[in-house]
Design a protein around this ligand. Structure first.
Ligand SMILES: Nc1ncnc2c1ncn2[C@@H]1O[C@H](COP(=O)(O)OP(=O)(O)OP(=O)(O)O)[C@@H](O)[C@H]1O
Ligand SMILES: [Mg+2]
Length: 271
C-alpha cells in the first residue's frame, strides 16, 4: 500500500516585482519519504520553502499538510501542525549552550502539542508544568545524544566548529518534534567527509520523518533521497528516482550542463 501524501503543492506561484520566481509548482511528498529538491542557483528552491513554511505568501496555489489546506498559515501555526524547517544559513542561538538551544526548540514543540485540557485547578497546573518540564528535558537530551554532542552540551553553540553547528541546527528542527521537515542545504559548506557523515546521520535519526531536502551535492542526493524533484526557473521539470532524474535529458541540460543528444561512447576516439 502506498503511504498517504504528507505534503502537497498545487500551482504555487510567487513573483518578486516582474520576476516570476515560482511559476506554478506542483509537488507531492509521501509520508515517510525522503524527497530531494535540486535545481540551479536562483531556481526558487528557498523561496518555495518560505512559501511552504509560511514566511512568504504565494500569489496563487495551495499547500496541503496531511490533507489539510495550510496555505497562508503563519510559521508558528504550521509548527503546531507538525512542520519544521532548517535554513540555508545556520540559525542557532550562538550565546546559548548546545543543550539550551535544544531545550528552546523542545519547549516550543511540547507546549504546542500538550494542551491543558482536562486539568483544572492549582495542583493540576503544577502537575502539567512538571509533566511539560520532564517532556522538554527528555526530548532535548534525546536529540543531544542523537547529535553525539553530549561532550559539548554546556558549551555556547557559537563556539562549536562549523559542521557541528550545522548539525545542531538540524537538531533544533528535530527537537521541535515536527513530523515533516524542510531542510535547506543541510550539508552546505561541509567538506565531502563531513557531508557524507551528516547524510548518514540524517538517515538514522530522521528515519521516521517525512523530509523535503534542498541539496546541491549529488552524492548526498543519491545517498539520501527516495525521490528527487528538479526545480528550474520556478517550475518542476522532473520528478522520479535519483538515477532516473539524473539520466533525464532536460535535467542534464538545465542543471548538470550536459547538452541533449545520444549518450557518447566513452570507448570511441575522435577521427
Ligand atoms: N525577498 C526577495 N525579494 C526579491 N527577490 C527575491 C527575494 N527572495 C528571493 N528572491 C529572488 O528569487 C530568485 C530565487 O531565489 P531563491 O533564493 O529562492 O533561489 P534558490 O533556488 O534557493 O538558489 P540557491 O541555490 O542559490 O540557494 C533569485 O533571483 C532571488 O534573487
Ligand atoms: Mg536557496
Amino acid at each position: 500500500m502506498t503511504a498517504p501524501v504528507a505534503l502537497k503543492l498545487e500551482g504555487v506561484a510567487r513573483r518578486f516585482g516582474a520576476a516570476r520566481v515560482l511559476d506554478g509548482v506542483d509537488l507531492s511528498v509521501r509520508a515517510g519519504e525522503r524527497h530531494a529538491l535540486i535545481g540551479p542557483n536562483g531556481a526558487g528552491k528557498s523561496t518555495l520553502f518560505n512559501v511552504i513554511g509560511g514566511a512568504l505568501r504565494p500569489d496563487r496555489g495551495t499547500v496541503w499538510l496531511d490533507g489539510v489546506d495550510v496555505t497562508r498559515r503563519s510559521p508558528h501555526r504550521l509548527a503546531r501542525a507538525g512542520l519544521g524547517r532548517s535554513f540555508q544559513t545556520t540559525r542557532v542561538f550562538a550565546r546559548l549552550t548546545v543543550l539550551e538551544n535544544l531545550r528552546c526548540a523542545a519547549w516550543c514543540g511540547v507546549v504546542a502539542t500538550q494542551s491543558a485540557h482536562g486539568v483544572p485547578g492549582l495542583l493540576s497546573k503544577w502537575a502539567l508544568w512538571w509533566r511539560r518540564s520532564r517532556a522538554i528535558e527528555d526530548q532535548a537530551e534525546r536529540v543531544l545524544v542523537d547529535l553525539a554532542l553530549e561532550p559539548a552540551a554546556h558549551q555556547p553553540a557559537g563556539t562549536l566548529e562549523y559542521g557541528a553547528q550545522r548539525r545542531l541546527d538540524l537538531g533544533v528542527a528535530l527537537a521541535g518534534g515536527a513530523r515533516v521537515l524542510l531542510l535547506d542545504e543541510p550539508t552546505a559548506g561541509m567538506n565531502r567527509d563531513e557531508a557524507a557523515r551528516t547524510i548518514e546521520w540524517m538517515r538514522a535519526v530522521m528515519a521516521d520523518k517525512t523530509l523535503l531536502v534542498i541539496e546541491h551535492d549529488m552524492d548526498a542526493v543519491f545517498a539520501l533521497a527516495d525521490r528527487v524533484s528538479v526545480l528550474v526557473q520556478g517550475r518542476i521539470v522532473a520528478t522520479g528516482a535519483a538515477a532516473e532524474v539524473a539520466a533525464d535529458e532536460r535535467v542534464r541540460e538545465a542543471y548538470l550542463g550536459v547538452p541533449p543528444g545520444p549518450p557518447r561512447d566513452p570507448g570511441r576516439t575522435a577521427p
